[in-house]
Design a protein around this ligand. Structure first.
Ligand code: DHE
Length: 533
């Protein structure tokens, strides 16, 4: 079986070419003159994924600023052995000890290029492909606009707009390089916003099948979230360490907030989320023990601020009321670093883990207090988890990117109900409220061509599918009505496979270039429980 990493080495090269093309004039102008042997090694082996000037592309930026919590001996180990649950391959067979040591010294050397990306840079990067006001406000094709899908094809940096009733393509268009995280729809389903790992945000008009505008919000981005009213998009970044809030109508920056804890320690932003009932964004910070809540609406101010208006006022005062009034930061201190999150359906409790911790923490967002610890081993991927009702209880299930298991948790008392053994570590889990099944992949290891179908009422695996033996099968999404399931064969010569969600029979196969995530308009804008938000 072809390893994920060998495929990815080739892809990374393609991505780096993309990063080269798309990289800003500012950084290129400041290009370092350092021609040391280590730099040459970097260019030969690392640059394709970690970017020109170490600024990050498919892989993270490799700069002392971003490696603060990562010791040199750990870096040596990662280069030798690769990194679990990422696309980082092992180099112990390619590079000798001295070469690896010199590379490690190199990545801990301060960069000579400018690492800033200011509001002026963001504004200067804007590309307006079409004048939105001149485009028709009705869809220029015939289809159920709520049952459309966007399918990201990582293989050639494209996306497909798919009719979810006929499973026919309505459009296929170029995206920026190395998209990551879920694209986010406007609440009416007309627009979809994409984020690339190198900071580009693109706005695509589904009705007119056109990318209308783009902006580079940062140098190295994690993901985006959109507000309930669709007015604001928040961008979480590794480089610079900040969040950028954009106006969705023209992608102009409204506010840039440096990610620093109360004492001024800077942090990468792991991810950003929308919390619909709270009218706020939640921000996961990688290097400091804080979680942030950023309200974006007066409505939130009235309803959600009840009970913690005091904090809000203090913070608003400190920042200056006028500026802080829109998007104030509410800090929640945590016992440990937390950077992978899940929320209960009411968005009162946050369940968080950190890459190296063996416990999940449940934090009540209203009281800011930890309410429980969950004994989680391996590396649960909470962000990919889902909830459903099981024996009159609400349960939460999370895949695990280090161990072959699905952990099912009772959301009332936070106890683990069951660990469902799988054929290897998995990345994504999905279901639909109208389906009796939950699907999960085996993303890593020799069985990565398999997908498990779990009966939600018994918590047992009822079927294991291998739709394209030898090729990685991963990530599913349901149609609006929950009757069909779309699955990716995550390969350059890949496919999108449509299954009947009940009989588990294949209904259609469509060739695609390494299809990754797929996103149904209705399920996303209605925050369907079986999918990511
Ligand atoms: Fe992802 C979503 C973090 C590696 C493909 N990934 C997310 C989200 C987070 C996250 C926080 C939720 C964002 C959202 O909904 O907008 N991913 C991480 C990591 O920390 C990790 C392990 C390391 C890294 O390199 O960042 C990681 N992710 C990967 C990959 O290697 C994947 C498989 C291929 C790729 O594109 O890089 C990958 N991640 C995805 C996809 C989603 C995602 C397709 C959206 C899933 C969805 O259904 O919403």
């Amino acid at each position: 079986m072809k390893s994920l990493f060998s495929i990815n080495k080739a892809i990374c090269l393609a991505i780096s070419l993309g990063a080269l093309v798309s990289f800003s004039s500012q950084a290129t102008a400041n290009k370092s003159n350092d021609d040391s042997a280590a730099k040459k090694l970097y260019e030969q082996y690392c640059q394709s994924c970690h970017g020109v000037d170490r600024l990050g592309a498919m892989g993270p930026a490799l700069l002392p600023e971003n490696l603060a919590r990562f010791r040199k001996n750990k870096a040596i180990k990662v280069i030798n052995k690769g990194r679990a649950a990422t696309q980082m391959p092992a180099f112990s067979q390619t590079l000798n000890k001295a070469e690896i040591a010199s590379l490690v010294d190199y990545i801990y050397t301060p960069s000579k290029v400018s690492l800033t990306w200011t509001v002026a840079d963001i504004n200067a990067s804007k590309v307006q492909h079409f004048d939105q006001s001149k485009l028709p406000n009705e869809a220029q094709f015939d289809a159920d606009l709520m049952n459309l899908f966007i399918v990201v094809e990582l293989g050639d940096h494209s996306a497909t707009l798919l009719n979810g009733d006929t499973f026919e393509r309505l459009d296929r268009f170029k995206t920026r390089f190395a998209l990551h995280g879920g694209p986010k729809y406007s609440p009416d389903g007309r627009f979809v916003f994409f984020a690339s790992r190198d900071g580009w945000i693109s706005k695509y008009d589904i009705y007119n099948r056109k990318t209308v505008s783009e902006v580079r919000a940062a140098i190295n981005t994690r993901n985006i979230a959109i507000s309930n009213d669709g007015k604001y998009l928040i961008v979480g970044n590794y480089l610079p360490n900040n969040v950028v809030i954009l106006n969705t109508s023209n992608l102009s920056p409204l506010k840039v907030i440096d990610a620093k804890d109360k004492d001024g320690n800077s942090s990468r932003v792991s991810a950003v989320y929308n919390a619909p009932p709270r009218y706020s964004f939640i921000v996961a910070l990688k290097d400091v023990k804080e979680v942030w809540e950023i309200p974006y609406s007066d409505k939130g101010g009235v309803e959600v601020f009840k009970g913690w208006a005091h904090d809000y006022k203090n913070e608003a005062k400190a920042e200056g009321w006028k500026v802080a009034k829109q998007f104030p930061v509410r800090r929640i201190k945590t016992d440990d670093y937390l950077n992978d999150f899940f929320f209960d359906p009411d968005y009162i409790n946050l369940i968080g883990t950190a890459r190296n911790s063996h416990n999940g923490q449940v934090i009540n967002l209203d009281t800011k207090k930890k309410v429980a610890s969950i004994g989680l081993t391996g590396m649960p991927h909470l962000g990919s988890g889902i909830t459903w009702n099981y024996q009159d209880k609400e349960v939460f299930a999370s895949p695990n990117i280090k161990e072959g298991k699905i952990t099912v948790i009772d959301m009332e008392n936070w106890h683990i109900i069951k660990e469902i053994e799988t054929e290897g570590p998995g990345f994504f889990m999905r279901s639909h409220s109208k389906s009796r099944y939950a699907w999960t992949d085996v993303f890593f290891g020799p069985n990565n061509d398999k997908v498990h179908v779990i009966d939600k009422s018994t918590l047992a695996i009822v079927k294991t599918l291998a739709p394209a033996p030898g090729k990685n099968a991963a990530h599913v999404e349901f149609t609006k009505d929950g009757k069909y399931v779309l699955l990716s064969v995550w390969d350059m010569e890949g496919e999108l496979i449509v299954y009947d969600a009940d009989t588990l029979e294949i209904v259609k196969r469509m060739p695609m270039k390494k299809p990754s995530g797929k996103y149904n308009v209705y399920n996303k804008i209605n925050y369907e429980r079986g999918t990511s938000h």
